[in-house]
Design a protein around this ligand. Sequence first.
Ligand code: SF4
Length: 528
Amino acid sequence: MHLEHDPAMRDAPRGAPDPTSELRMADATAHRRAVADQLAARFGERWYEVPTGPDVRSADREAATLAALTEGRDFIWGAMLPRDPLAGRRGSMDLLIRTAGGYVPVLIVRHKVTDPGTGARTSPLDELTDVGGTPDKGRKVRPQPRDQMRLAHTRRQLQAAGFADERTAFAGVIGLDGDAVIWHDLEAPTWPGGRTALAEYDTRFADRIAVATAAATGEPALAEPSRIVECRSCPWWPVCEAELLATRDVSLVVRGEDAGMLRAAGVTSVDALAQIDPHDTDVPLVGMPVADAVGLARAWLADLTVVRRSEVIDVPRADVEVDVDMESFGDAGAYMWGVLLSGADIGVPRGYRAFVSWDPLPTEDEARSFAEFWAWLTEVRAAAAERGLSFRAYCYNELAENRWLLSSAKRFAAFPGVPRRREIISFIESDQWFDLFGSVREYFLCSHGKGLKTIAPVAGFKWRDPEAGGENSMRWYRDAVGLDGGEPELPQRKRLLEYNEDDVRATAALRAWMTSPAVHEIPYVGDI
Ligand code: SF4
């Protein structure tokens, strides 16, 4: 908010758009369109769409929305409410629904808005005008604060324009399932401290206006950078990083809430944090023990990517070992399972291989490649067991692999060779499946993050492709399968295979290093 309104920042360098967020936005747009098509077919003449597109100016969208509101259209899709220059509000809303008393907003999102349970107020899609709905016996609300803030924003815009239904403060969300509207009462005391969504919104909005006004008028800044998870995909990171580095800000090593807590305790810089005696402080941190925060600060000052938290490092090994890495494309599917077999000879060729589908996702061919991967893994495990050899498969950060193992078993349950979920769960829960990320977290403090691309080079590993990375792999995949309508680019397939191979070789190198004497060359945190 500050940077967007600071005139001095107009030409400041920005980071490139994050392809993962771009992909997520494209998926969300497709989801909204699918819901809109379904509703348009259902409501026919009563459905009105405000013209949108890159060539349509905001002012024209605002005028078309105002005309539709004035005419009293029943359902207005793609609304852009008239600007409210006095309050500083502008913005769009997926759907406005006319009631007997005015209009209520409905948001279409591509995330879950309910959980199993009871109590959510819902309406089926063909009864969209049943604002407020009825208590649902199968769902409870997932609060999704951001959705509620967007609805509150539109509610205030509708009020300013004189079109809000003042008899009710309900506003709706259609979520990922796309089968019902979930209604939030924006005037119910559902927020911490018994506040309502509208009261929370009003406070936040006033705060934002104050920040923007100070920035625009050159008053002392009311906001300053502090590193949070979102910085990773924020275009302003080059600007904020430079400022944080200049002040050696404490959030460079301890981000988010913990940085705020340290600042409140007077610890504003990495230098100050490094000087704390962890055994003699009452600074409360939520993200990590104080001793780790101090260790990270000391590692950062000593320019060490990694320091040991522990004198002893214990990573279990096996006679037969497999490193596994999966490649997915957003939520569309997992198109590649790469494996590296090493250790004792069990009659299965050792080395790298990949189980892959080059049909553009989503595709049923993914079931074929997943079944082949699972058959291979089962064969290796059985061959090791027959020979009385121990077996272990390794990955780096199991969340992604586990997600796609489980979801592939579910999505492709009817396909030959696809294992049952129970089989997958028993593998995941067994000690044959080992997440090296957990070991890195347990044994090291990493001052530049714990990603494989950061940590494996400390173990001496190098990727062949200097541009190797999850975000670039998304672009390569698009080209490799011709997702944007062009001819598939075979060199990009080779590039993806090499990238995947290097990832599994990186986990192999990491565990070999962690179980070698060389790991003790990494400084111990107690010694720095
Ligand atoms: S880079 Fe981080 S601190 Fe800077 S504006 Fe973006 S989210 Fe905020």
